[in-house]
Design a protein around this ligand. Structure first.
Ligand SMILES: [Fe+2]
Length: 346
């Protein structure tokens, strides 16, 4: 911690204005849950200038204010997950930035989400001319490389609710963040087969980048279709979630996309992992590290993502409300940790 403070202090002559903007955003955030854009952009700028140490320092203070909470471990759909399992998963994320869970989503829950995803219209990320921008996904005739479901539609699905309130996922999020986790965002999308090079520029097929929406967070990726190296795996540069692990030359570009060539030049190919797994696979990943989605070329992919953070300070929040008549699993989680669902359950 002392080294962290020393490095942050050394940047002060160039960053004090940004710190001022960031702290000026604290009061409006506490009053409205919305972060002024100037404070959010100051957070990103400080991240780049301090190699991530500004976020780590801020997170230390948040963690102290919001101690961890207990979730009823015996009631998980993933089965019996011991404290030892949670520690091992957390240690792996701390070391590498990601962990493929040894526990998978039960088929029954995968089917609940799959039924929804094959019958509900989703927004086309690149709609063809004169067609509606919403359509039900068709594997035989995809109209767009990506289909993105509306947040409110997603949260009404019972399978999604079962997962969102599952003690296993919440325990990992809480253990990694070291505090009561806050449900921050969700997403569900189809990635169709890439038919041509222009698909590579679609919103879903990205170049390497780091996310910076919050101070500290953990994303939970759930594959709802089998994902191998050709069907759109999440790619991650191992260990790049740690302070000081992202080279100055890349951070000086700011919050930018980075080419594969630059990533390989800085880290070598061996640091890039393609995270694969069969349907139901859960992957915990700190997307502060460099990552990208790889476009599928052999089969489509359905991906559900939850994000939990230590606080909602940062970028815009989603427009969704957890319904009052949500499933019992989610209601139980809300009772165990009101802070976790406070914003989206109001
Ligand atoms: Fe990302």
């Amino acid at each position: 911690m002392l080294r962290e403070i020393a490095i942050v202090l050394a940047t002060l002559p160039k960053t004090y204005r940004q710190w001022h903007r960031l702290f000026a955003g604290r009061r409006p955030y506490l009053e409205t849950d919305e972060t002024p854009s100037s404070a959010y952009h100051a957070m990103i700028d400080l991240y780049c200038r301090t190699g991530g140490r500004s976020n780590d320092l801020l997170h230390r203070f948040i963690r102290k204010k919001h101690p961890p909470v207990e979730f009823a471990k015996e009631l998980s759909a993933f089965g019996a997950v011991s404290d030892g399992h949670i520690s091992a998963i957390t240690a792996k994320i701390n070391r590498d930035g990601y962990c493929i869970s040894p526990f998978v989503v039960p088929d029954k829950i995968v089917s609940m989400v799959m039924d929804f995803a094959t019958s509900t219209p989703a927004r086309l990320t690149a709609p063809p001319h004169e067609k509606s921008s919403y359509s039900v996904y068709s594997a035989e005739n995809p109209l767009s490389p990506g289909y993105v479901f509306d947040h409110q539609d997603i949260v009404l699905n019972q399978g999604v609710q079962e997962l969102l309130g599952d003690p296993f996922l919440l325990r990992v999020a809480g253990a990694y963040l070291g505090c009561a986790p806050v449900f921050d965002a969700l997403a569900l999308s189809w990635s169709a087969l890439a038919k041509s090079d222009d698909c590579l520029s679609s919103a879903l097929a990205q170049q390497f980048h780091f996310d910076m929406d919050r101070i500290k967070w953990l994303k939970i990726l759930i594959y709802l279709t089998d994902v191998d190296k050709d069907s759109g795996p999440h790619c991650y540069v191992s260990g790049t979630h740690k302070a000081g692990s992202q080279p100055k030359a890349l951070l000086e570009r700011g919050y930018q996309r980075i080419s594969d060539a630059d990533i390989v030049a800085h880290y070598g190919k061996q640091r890039i992992v393609e995270l694969t797994g069969r349907r139901g696979t859960v992957i915990f990943v700190d997307t502060r590290g460099y990552h990208k989605g790889k476009p599928p070329i052999s089969d489509h992919r359905l991906l559900l993502i939850f994000s939990f953070s230590s606080s909602l300070f940062g970028g815009a929040l989603q427009s969704l409300t957890i319904p009052e008549d949500c499933c019992e699993t989610l209601k139980r989680a809300m009772r165990a940790s009101p802070r976790t669902f406070r914003y989206y359950a109001r």
